[in-house]
Design a protein around this ligand. Structure first.
Ligand SMILES: Nc1ncnc2c1ncn2[C@@H]1O[C@H](COP(=O)(O)OP(=O)(O)OP(=O)(O)O)[C@@H](O)[C@H]1O
Length: 256
């Protein structure tokens, strides 16, 4: 029996911005059921790769597969339709809607992308039980009636996760899930991701190495648009090439 194809795979993926290669021939295979972190110094191409892997940017060259199926060139809706979802950006929350209403809308639209139409409160109520479950999962049950505007930063990020989970994706992509958080929220988010990874594949861009160490099965380090190193966290963090990429030559000498 052949092994399962990667949940998400990039082959020679390349993105040029006016001739500048932000992502340059990246090969990436994210094993089904794994948590895979994308790391690298500023400007390495993480966000661009993330956008390519969710259909938010068209690639210049290369191929993307979801569970072995070619999805190259599909729009974000096409990726979502194949079970690939990304966490929402805070800016896309509607300040005056409650946390519960946000999740109900996400459930109703069936897609993190379709906020276009509005339904009656009565129709929405059919989604309330599942929406409450999702809010409970991310620790927001007590804040279901709070408007997004009134949620603290860490709670907004938790709401973003609930919205992504509303799609029940098989592959969940998280863009810096702990960025800007205090320690307590970071710990809470790590525990949450550890809980929601069950039964799915998670790809995350993350700067915080202790978060990567706590969650990631494998780590891909990008530098100047290319894969510098790929492997388990402990191997990657001890790799001289990675230390140099982050801290410069002197840091490698200091580390030995
Ligand atoms: N729309 C764009 N037009 C032109 N250049 C871009 C565009 N988007 C990204 N770049 C360039 O591509 C390179 C990679 O950027 P990207 O944001 O993907 O890196 P990153 O690893 O996510 O960085 P950071 O950790 O700072 O967020 C950078 O040099 C950036 O200036």
């Amino acid at each position: 029996m052949s092994p399962d194809p990667p949940a998400l795979r990039a082959i020679g993926l390349t993105k040029e911005f006016r001739g500048f290669r932000a992502v340059d021939g990246v090969d990436l295979a994210v094993a089904a059921g794994s948590v895979h972190a994308l790391v690298g110094p500023n400007g390495a191409g993480k966000t661009t790769l993330f956008n390519l892997l969710t259909g938010f940017l068209p690639q210049t060259a290369g191929r993307i597969e979801v569970a072995g199926v070619d999805v190259t060139g599909l729009a974000p809706e096409g990726f979502a339709g194949r079970g690939v979802a990304r966490s929402f950006q805070i800016t896309s929350l509607f300040g005056q809607l409650t946390a519960l209403e946000h999740v109900e809308l996400a459930l109703q639209s069936g897609s993190s992308l379709g906020w276009k139409f509005w339904r009656s409160a009565k129709l929405m109520r059919r989604y309330t039980p599942r929406a409450m479950e999702l809010l409970d999962m991310v620790g927001l049950a007590d804040l279901a009636g709070t408007t997004a505007d009134a949620l603290a930063y860490g709670r907004k990020r938790a709401l973003e996760l609930a919205l992504a989970l509303a799609l029940d994706p098989s592959v969940l992509l998280l863009d810096e899930p702990t960025a800007g958080m205090g320690l307590e929220d970071v710990d809470r988010t790590v525990a949450l991701i550890a809980a929601i990874r069950t039964g799915r594949t998670v790809v995350m861009v993350e700067h915080n190495m202790s978060v990567v160490g706590a969650l990631a099965d494998r780590v891909t380090v990008l530098q100047a648009g290319k894969v510098l190193v790929e492997g388990p966290y402990d191997e990657v963090r001890a790799d001289d090439r990675v230390i140099t990429a982050y801290l410069g030559e002197g840091a490698v000498r200091a580390a030995h």
